[in-house]
Design a protein around this ligand. Structure first.
Ligand code: SF4
Length: 408
């Protein structure tokens, strides 16, 4: 059985992520700079330009999932009224807090807990759960919780959408100043948006390296290497990281190195990863000589609208143009563009039980896309963090049958 190929840059990723968590921990311990929590597709640029170090609880929740600690934690949140049916990032993260547990302590010496913030800032562009999640901590710690109420099911993003969100962002900055004393530095905002855009462009290049045949990158690699794009966009560190990663990947392309030896099939993964089964699933597809070449999930941190010369409007546009905010017509068209780009021969939809926002198989979209393009699909029942919702045996059987069908 072939082994999963490791990029050298993965070692640097460990260091970059460690630096990120130690920086936040030091800020909490010294009280300077102040700490803001932010949703993963929230206005991180705005917070950096106001002098905060920024922590992303969704990243922490993904670590809970990947380390398989989530299922020990979820019941603690269920016990205080947070349903097993709602976002298992929320329930595993809150549950971990209630149990006094964080995997960060195991990974990073000296970090004892998740960082207590000075302010919690959300954007509901992805779902309502993030707001509920942050509000729980706001009540627990008696810290301010502020945010942006976004649009949902957007077709074309219009000037009205952008104006509305930009106005909310400006008000948000004023409210954050009133709550914490931190002020907006407009020059720093431009610089942060510039760095964020650069990070986004590099991340896009990294993901699009999978257009090569064979691809040097899989969806599973993407879920690991997206850490800096989520947690450090708007900083030079993230830009430097993706320049190094891209160089290594281009080197692989030049040498014809395939992430999946003997790549026979190319698949698009639609939906969240099953964090607790990343390695098993990577091995499964490796054995099937099938590369998951692209995913909506990893693409979610590409923000091509960001423009340092127009930071407020471009942030508003970037955070409204996201796939997750859009209607099904847009999504279907998006898959078509991905098909042209990555030339995949099938789609796997992950129906994540606790994340309807990222489960796009519930309103006939796969069937419509498949009918139009002839691209076959399957749906896997599972979840991002709650492994009780994932039947591994059933998933493997479905995936193997799907690949056999593609074999013809
Ligand atoms: S998008 Fe899904 S996984 Fe992410 S916070 Fe919302 S419900 Fe949870």
């Amino acid at each position: 059985m072939a082994e999963i190929k490791k990029l050298e840059t993965a070692k640097l990723m460990k260091k970059v992520m460690a630096d990120h968590f130690y920086e936040i921990d030091a800020a909490v311990k010294s009280g300077n700079p102040k700490v803001a929590w932010c949703t993963s597709v929230g206005p991180a640029e705005l917070l950096r330009a106001m002098g905060f170090v920024v922590y992303f609880p969704e990243n922490h929740a993904a670590i809970l999932g990947a380390s398989r600690a989530a299922n020990d934690c979820i019941p603690a949140a269920n016990a205080i009224g947070y349903s097993p049916e709602i976002c298992s990032y929320l329930t595993s993260d809150v549950g971990a807090y209630l149990k006094g547990f964080t995997p960060l302590s195991k990974i990073y010496d000296g970090i004892e807990s998740i960082p207590k913030p000075d302010v919690l800032v959300y954007n509901t562009n992805q779902c309502r759960d993030v707001k509920d999640w942050f509000e729980w901590y706001a009540r627990e710690w008696k810290v301010p919780c502020l945010g942006i109420e976004s649009f949902v099911n957007v077709g074309d993003v219009t000037k009205d959408h952008v104006d509305s969100i930009a106005a909310q962002m400006r008000k948000l900055a004023v409210d954050i100043t009133a709550a914490t004393g931190n002020k907006m530095d407009e020059d720093l905002l431009k610089e942060t948006v510039r760095l964020s855009r650069q990070c986004s462009d590099l991340w896009k290049d990294v993901l699009e390296i999978a257009t090569n045949k064979p691809s040097p990158l899989t969806f599973f690699d993407g879920t690991i290497h997206m850490g800096p794009a989520v947690c450090m966009r708007g900083t030079q560190v993230a830009v430097d990281y993706y320049e190094i990663l891209l160089k290594e990947l281009r080197g692989w392309v030049d040498k014809g190195v395939a992430a999946v030896a003997g790549e026979r099939h190319r698949i698009y993964w639609e939906g969240m990863p099953v964090w607790g089964k990343l390695r098993e699933n990577a091995k499964l597809f490796l054995g099937l000589e099938t590369c998951l070449v692209a995913s909506t999930y990893c693409n979610s941190w590409i923000f091509t609208a960001l423009d340092p010369d127009d930071p407020w409007n471009s942030m508003a546009r970037a955070y409204t143009e996201l796939f997750i905010v859009r209607d099904d017509d847009y999504k279907e068209d998006y898959y078509r563009r991905m098909l042209d780009l990555f030339d995949f021969d099938g789609i796997i939809f992950h129906d994540a039980k606790t994340c309807p926002a990222n489960s796009n198989c519930r309103y006939g979209l796969p069937q419509r896309f498949s009918k139009e393009t002839g691209i076959p699909f399957i749906t896997i029942d599972g979840d991002l963090n709650d492994l009780r919702c994932y039947s591994e045996e059933q998933a493997i059987t479905k995936i193997e049958a799907f690949i056999e069908q593609l074999d013809g």
